[in-house]
Design a protein around this ligand. Structure first.
Ligand code: CDP
Ligand code: CDP
Length: 225
């Protein structure tokens, strides 16, 4: 029996560079499972915050992470991360100003990155087992660390003013460049393009234009119908 083609796409980029919206639309058009790995770090940061764990208290953090179980719920083309109660955290909690302020600190901690790695890699099998034509995973280190053998790697950029305006239009008040600075300068898995990533500056591209451009890069033998 010939194996069905299965397309693995890694999308990385800074805050508000368009990763999630581009990935979500590609997932919808081509029957891919979309995995937003930023939500994994946000969920871990939220759980730690609720439990009063400080990212610098390594013993406390290690203990907490050892007990923390991440689950996945597939909803349409989205894989939603679930915490110990088996429920996905509310989006307004994951994307709150409080979590915006602490998430990069937790994400810089190797213990945290180690604790989500297997979960994130396991999403590929989840997508296969649920009959998707592929997976599109977005984050900061997907092309460099999590899925280094991805069939297609995209690194999205947009100028700072554009990204700041996008977030403001969504009602957020954080300065996106602050988080980018922390994410780019950390020692473990910093935000940077993989050497074989295609860099797309989407400052003046509509969502549809970016989606069409990425779809035009799909390898012919793996293109979902
Ligand atoms: O949506 P936005 O781009 O603002 O952020 P996100 O994708 O939800 O990611 C939140 C934070 O999680 C980032 O600022 C990083 O600190 C961390 N992150 C990471 O370190 N590695 C990833 N693969 C994804 C997110
Ligand atoms: O996931 P990430 O933080 O990289 O960005 P996003 O949440 O996908 O996009 C941030 C905002 O920019 C959303 O409101 C998108 O609708 C908007 N956007 C846009 O206006 N033009 C694009 N080409 C991509 C995203």
């Amino acid at each position: 029996m010939t194996k069905r083609p299965f397309l693995v796409i890694a999308v990385d980029g800074g805050a508000a560079s368009g990763k999630s919206s581009t990935s979500r639309e590609l997932a919808r058009r081509f029957n891919l499972l979309h995995v937003d790995t930023g939500a994994h770090y946000r969920a871990v940061a939220l759980a730690c915050h609720r439990a009063g764990i400080d990212p610098h208290d390594l013993e406390g953090l290690r203990d907490f992470l050892r007990r923390l179980r991440l689950g996945a719920r597939v909803d349409g083309h989205e894989s939603l991360v679930c915490l110990d109660d088996g429920e996905p955290p509310r989006l307004e909690d994951l994307r709150s100003e409080a979590v915006n302020a602490i998430v990069s600190g937790f994400a810089a901690e190797p213990l945290v990155r180690q604790s989500v790695k297997a979960y994130q890699r396991g999403q590929v099998e989840l997508a296969r087992s649920r009959g998707f034509s592929g997976i599109i995973m977005d984050g900061r280190d997907i092309g460099t660390v999590i899925l280094p053998d991805a069939d297609l790697k995209i690194f999205l950029t947009a100028d700072e003013a554009t990204r700041q305006k996008r977030r403001e239009l969504e009602g957020a008040s954080e300065t996106v460049s602050d988080r980018d600075r922390k994410d780019s300068s950390r020692a473990t898995a910093p935000l940077k393009p993989a050497s074989d990533a295609v860099i797309i500056d989407n400052s003046s591209l509509s969502l549809d234009e970016v989606v069409d451009r990425v779809a035009g890069l799909f390898p012919d033998n793996l293109r979902p119908s």
